[in-house]
Write a protein of this length. Structure first.
Length: 299
């Protein structure tokens, strides 16, 4: 089954999604040929995949183990760290855990280093920081350690860090509204709920074939993962009433769980004839799935 129109996933995100969900539990590695079969329904051509995997290896996200003429791809320690962070953020449910502290970073970059500035901003967004002022970013979550590593990795940057509080709950909600476009994020969640609630009803009424289940299950996670770049996972007290992010998360989890068995069946069928390293080389063991934050139940 090919991917549905309007629900395309980028090749890079597909690779990470597949390794995080399926490959982790089935040895932790794939050959390029097996990976090519898995991403084919999403329109990824073998030549493009080969270039992508070479780039991901050069950038430190993946490693290769060669046995004879066969190369096996597996995430590096850095790659597993990225997968674990994404999994934890996706699978952790709604919460209202917050100390009331805002974690703040203030940085400056020379005008000649605009590329570095854009890189820093993108990574701060991924970490859940919002822009309060041109050079001031805040988060209700204590991710100052990650932000410090990021900023120290850019030698041209000067920065300060601090922990602060507002005076009233009303000011806290006002800060959240200034740092993040909650109206736009809510609209995205509502669109997601409409699409996947309909799909959930369909697959419950008529279980799909394994190949379609595999595509749908990959899509539901890929589309939800886009919210990680927009939604900072604010505690409930900072959100508008009836926040649609909560039902969107529940729909995602329901679709993901409903399609697990047939999708996994399809994955195993496509990788059944893949060779294995055997005892000739030592293959690092894939780490177990991390526990979701806030006590959410693992899928």
């Amino acid at each position: 089954m090919a991917v549905e129109e309007g629900a395309e996933a980028t090749p890079r995100s597909l690779v990470f999604d597949l390794f995080g969900e399926y490959v982790r539990a089935n040895g932790g590695y794939l050959t390029l040929q097996a990976l090519s079969r898995l991403v084919a329904p999403f329109g990824v051509q073998p030549d493009s995949l080969r270039v992508l995997m070479s780039r991901l290896r050069r950038n430190g996200w993946f490693e290769t183990i060669r046995v004879g003429r066969t190369s096996f791809y597996l995430p590096s320690a850095l790659g597993w760290q990225l997968l674990d962070e994404g999994y934890t953020r996706i699978m952790s449910g709604p919460h209202d855990e917050w100390s009331g502290d805002w974690y703040m970073v203030i940085f400056s970059v020379p005008e000649t280093e605009r590329t570095a500035r854009a890189r820093i901003r993108k990574q701060l967004v991924w970490l859940g920081f919002g822009q309060l002022a041109p050079s001031t970013w805040v988060s209700p979550h204590d991710r100052l350690s990650e932000a410090t590593d990021l900023l120290r990795g850019e030698p041209c940057t000067q920065f300060d860090r601090m922990i602060t509080r507002s005076l009233t709950p009303e000011e806290d909600r006002a800060i959240a509204g200034r740092c993040w476009d909650l109206v736009l994020i809510a609209k995205g969640y509502l669109d997601y709920i409409e699409r996947w609630t309909r799909t959930l009803s369909e697959v419950r009424a008529a279980p799909p074939a394994p190949d379609r289940a595999f595509v749908l299950r990959t899509q539901v996670i890929h589309e939800y993962r886009k919210f990680l770049f927009a939604d900072p996972d604010l505690p409930a007290r900072l959100l508008p009433d009836e926040w649609p992010g909560h039902p969107a998360w529940r729909v995602m989890r329901s679709v993901f769980a409903t399609l697990r068995e047939p999708a996994t069946q399809h994955y195993k069928a496509l990788t059944a004839d893949m060779p294995h390293p055997g005892g000739e080389v030592s293959v690092p063991e894939a780490p177990p799935l991390p526990a979701p934050r806030y006590g959410a139940v693992s899928p």
